[in-house]
Design a protein around this ligand. Structure first.
Ligand code: ATP
Length: 329
C-alpha cells in the first residue's frame, strides 16, 4: 500500500517537491543550519538561508548539495526528512511513498546511489531517478515524444544540463559543473579585485538577480545597485555602486563556458535533428537561465531562436510530476 507519489527536484540551490494530484507543494533553498557542538538541526530551507554569512561560531550553515550532487550525505538526509514533513505529505513517512528524484545527466553510479539512499532514508518506499534535462523539457511543455528534435538547456545553481531529445529519449547531451553559484563566485572575485571589497554569497546573488546582465550592452532599466561589504584595506564597512556592465565583465568567462557547452552539443547533434532545432529553437529552464539577456546572448552566438520557459525554476519539478504516473508500473 503506497501513499502519494512524489517528484523531487533535489537541487544545489533549491528543493522542490511535486505531489501527485496537488502540484508543487514545496520550494525551499537547499540549506541547513546545524549546531556545531551538538550536531542538532537548527533550521532548514529559507530560515537557514537567511543565516548564511551571519552565524556565530557555534552555528554552521551547510549547503549539502554541490554541483548537482550530494556533497554532505548526512545533512542531505536531515534536509530531505524535514522538508518532506513540512510539505504536508499525508502520513509521511509512515505510509511508504513512491518517489522520483531528478539527477544531472553526468553523474556517476555512486552519486546516483547516494541520491536514492538519501530519499529512502528520508522515508521513501520506492525511488526512481530521471535525468534533469528530460524532466526540464517535459516541465517546459515540450513535445519530447514526437520524432522532431528538441533542445533544452537547464541552468541550475550547480550544473548546466544541455540535451537534445527526440522520440522520448536523450540523443546528445552534456552536463557541465557551471551554474548560478559559479556566477555568484565570479561576482565576488570581480568586486574583490576591482574594489578591494569583500562581499558575501547572498549579496553576490542579489547583484546577479537585480542587475546581472549577460550581454555587453547592459540592461535598459535598473542598471545600478548599492553594494555593501568589508573594505579589505581599511577593514571597515564600505558601500560601492555596481552596474550591469560590471556584472557582464564579472560573469563573462563563466557565461562563455555555458555558451561553449551549447555549441558543443549542437555540433554533435545528427543533422536531421539539428534542422529541427533550427526551426524550433532552444528552450532555457532553471533559475540560472533568468540572468538578464542570457537568452539573447545564446541566440546571438548560435544563430538560433532561444526562448525562456514560463516558470524556469519549476520546470524540473513539473516534469517529474508528469513522469510519475508511468514510473512505477
Ligand atoms: N531572477 C533570477 N535571475 C538570475 N538568477 C536567478 C534568478 N532567480 C534564481 N536565480 C538563480 O538560479 C539558481 C538556482 O536555480 P535552480 O533552483 O533551478 O537550481 P537547482 O535546481 O537548485 O540547481 P542544480 O540543478 O544545479 O542542482 C541560483 O543560482 C539562483 O541564484
Amino acid at each position: 500500500m503506497f501513499g502519494t507519489d512524489l517528484g523531487i527536484d533535489l537541487g544545489t540551490a533549491s528543493v522542490l517537491v511535486y505531489a501527485q494530484g496537488r502540484g508543487i507543494v514545496l520550494h525551499e533553498p537547499s540549506v541547513v543550519a546545524i549546531d556545531k557542538n551538538t550536531g542538532r538541526r537548527i533550521a532548514v530551507g529559507e530560515e537557514a538561508r537567511m543565516m548564511l554569512g551571519r552565524t556565530p561560531g557555534s552555528i554552521m550553515v551547510i549547503r549539502p548539495m554541490r554541483d548537482g550532487v550530494i556533497a554532505d550525505y548526512q545533512t542531505t538526509e536531515i534536509m530531505l526528512k524535514y522538508l518532506l514533513k513540512k510539505a504536508g505529505i499525508k502520513n509521511w513517512p509512515f505510509i511508504k511513498n513512491r518517489v522520483v528524484v531528478c539527477i544531472p545527466s553526468g553523474v556517476t553510479e555512486v552519486e546516483e546511489r547516494a541520491v536514492k539512499q538519501a530519499a529512502m532514508k528520508a522515508g521513501a518506499g520506492q525511488v526512481k531517478v530521471i535525468e534533469e534535462p528530460y524532466a526540464a523539457a517535459l516541465g517546459a511543455g515540450m513535445d519530447i515524444y514526437g520524432p522532431e528534435g528538441n533542445m533544452v538547456v537547464d541552468i541550475g545553481g550547480g550544473t548546466t544540463d544541455i540535451a537534445v531529445i527526440s522520440l522520448g529519449g536523450v540523443v546528445t547531451k552534456k552536463s557541465i559543473r557551471m551554474g548560478g553559484d559559479k556566477l555568484d563566485e565570479s561576482i565576488i572575485r570581480f568586486i574583490r579585485r576591482e574594489f578591494n571589497l569583500m562581499i558575501g554569497e547572498r549579496t553576490a546573488e542579489d547583484i546577479k538577480i537585480k542587475v546581472g546582465c549577460a550581454v555587453q550592452e547592459g540592461k535598459a532599466d535598473n542598471t545600478e545597485i548599492d553594494v555593501r561589504g568589508r573594505d579589505l584595506i581599511t577593514g571597515l564597512p564600505k558601500t560601492i555602486m555596481v552596474d550591469s556592465k560590471m556584472t557582464y565583465k564579472a560573469m563573462e568567462e563563466s557565461l562563455e563556458v555555458i555558451v561553449a557547452g551549447v555549441k558543443d552539443v549542437l555540433e554533435r547533434t545528427p543533422p536531421e535533428l539539428a534542422a529541427d532545432i533550427m526551426n524550433r529553437g532552444i528552450v532555457l529552464t532553471g533559475g540560472g537561465s533568468m540572468v538578464n539577456s542570457l537568452d539573447l546572448r545564446i541566440s546571438k552566438e548560435t544563430g538560433l531562436i532561444v526562448t525562456l520557459a514560463d516558470h524556469p525554476i519549476s520546470c524540473v519539478a513539473l516534469g517529474t510530476g508528469k513522469v510519475l504516473k508511468n514510473s512505477f508500473k
